[in-house]
Design a protein around this ligand. Structure first.
Ligand SMILES: [Mg+2]
Length: 324
């Protein structure tokens, strides 16, 4: 890490001395490179996400939530591959060296990494416009990773948790929508925007039953299309089945909610497909994941994504995307 002496001490305090120490990291933060001991019979899954100030977050976001979210969006990508998190590497670009900021950011980041038994193994800090980048590494048993490309006609499509909360929170924050809801509802929605929950346990539990998976970062419609394209299939989604949180249902009607659920993004839930013959085993095992899963549609042979509600086809173009 490139810094003066005082800054170096702070980095040691906030990033090296905090967090769990895994046994498979003989050498971590503090030398020229980390030395890692990957397990035998596993594949390594690696992903990187960057969050840029003014693009991915603004001044409304609590600083510890920035650390949490940076970890969560990366862990969510590992979850979508069925991988268990192990190691993380951080690159920070900061306009100035603010001790309070670093303290709060590192708390949020490391609490979330710790929760998923992921060690911070190194990184770099430079000066410039506020930009946060994290690379996470995880393990998946050999040839047992989940891809976007395995869906087959007849498979059931599932999503975890609820959809649309984060996008609704953002619309309310930016005054693109005004809803008379009480403060606890606003807080519940903001929590989903600021502190998404990566579905790491679910991702590892469904490795044997799911045949395709993706995490929902850009919104269900766009992300599911990645599965459809990679798997060369189509799908039908029943809009009435899209899972809604209590806070979401208290704020918008069913139809008002669809744009947030379909194209809003920032959900960090998993979307995956399960063949009919594995649904029983899947529904049993998914109960261990501590998050509800909801069947929302079915994979079809005919390409394209179709929406139905109350038995009738709904044209996607007719959904109101005006908020976005
Ligand atoms: Mg992803």
């Amino acid at each position: 890490m490139d810094s003066t002496r005082g800054e170096f001490a702070l980095i040691e305090r906030f990033f090296k001395e905090r967090g769990i120490k895994r046994a498979d990291v003989p050498i971590s933060v503090g030398d020229d490179a980390a030395i890692l001991a990957p397990p035998a019979n596993s594949h390594l899954a690696v992903t990187t996400d960057t969050m840029v100030s003014g693009v991915h977050f603004d001044a409304h976001t609590p600083i510890d939530a920035l650390g949490h979210k940076l970890a969560a969006v990366n862990l969510s990508d590992l979850a979508a591959m069925g991988a268990e998190p192990a190691w993380a590497s951080l690159a920070l670009t900061l306009p100035d060296f603010d001790e309070t900021w670093l303290d709060q950011f590192s708390r949020g980041l490391i609490e979330t990494l710790d929760y998923h038994h992921c060690s911070l193994i190194g990184g770099d800090i430079t000066r410039g416009p506020l930009t946060l980048t994290l690379t996470v590494h995880g393990f998946v048993p050999k040839d047992r990773y989940l891809l976007r490309s395995g869906a087959q006609p007849g498979d059931r499509i599932y999503v975890s948790g609820t959809l649309g909360d984060a996008a609704l929170a953002l619309a309310l924050q930016q005054d693109k929508l005004s809803v008379a809801c009480d403060i606890s509802v606003r807080e519940a929605l903001n929590e989903r925007l600021f502190r998404p929950t990566p579905r790491v346990m679910l991702g590892t539990l469904i490795r044997n039953q799911a045949n395709s998976a993706i995490d929902l970062s850009d919104g269900l419609a766009g992300d599911l299309k990645h599965i459809l394209t990679a798997s060369k299939v189509g799908a039908r989604i029943d809009l009435g089945l899209l899972p809604r949180s209590d806070a979401f249902a208290a704020s918008v009607s069913l139809e008002q909610g669809w744009p947030y659920q379909l194209v809003g993004g920032d959900d960090y839930e998993l979307c995956f497909t399960v063949p009919e013959g594995r649904r029983g085993a899947f529904e049993t095992i998914s109960r261990q994941a501590g998050v509800a899963v909801t069947a929302i549609g079915v994979i079809e042979r005919e390409p394209g994504l179709r929406f139905i509600h109350a038995g009738k086809e709904i044209q996607c173009d007719h959904l109101s995307y005006s908020h976005f």
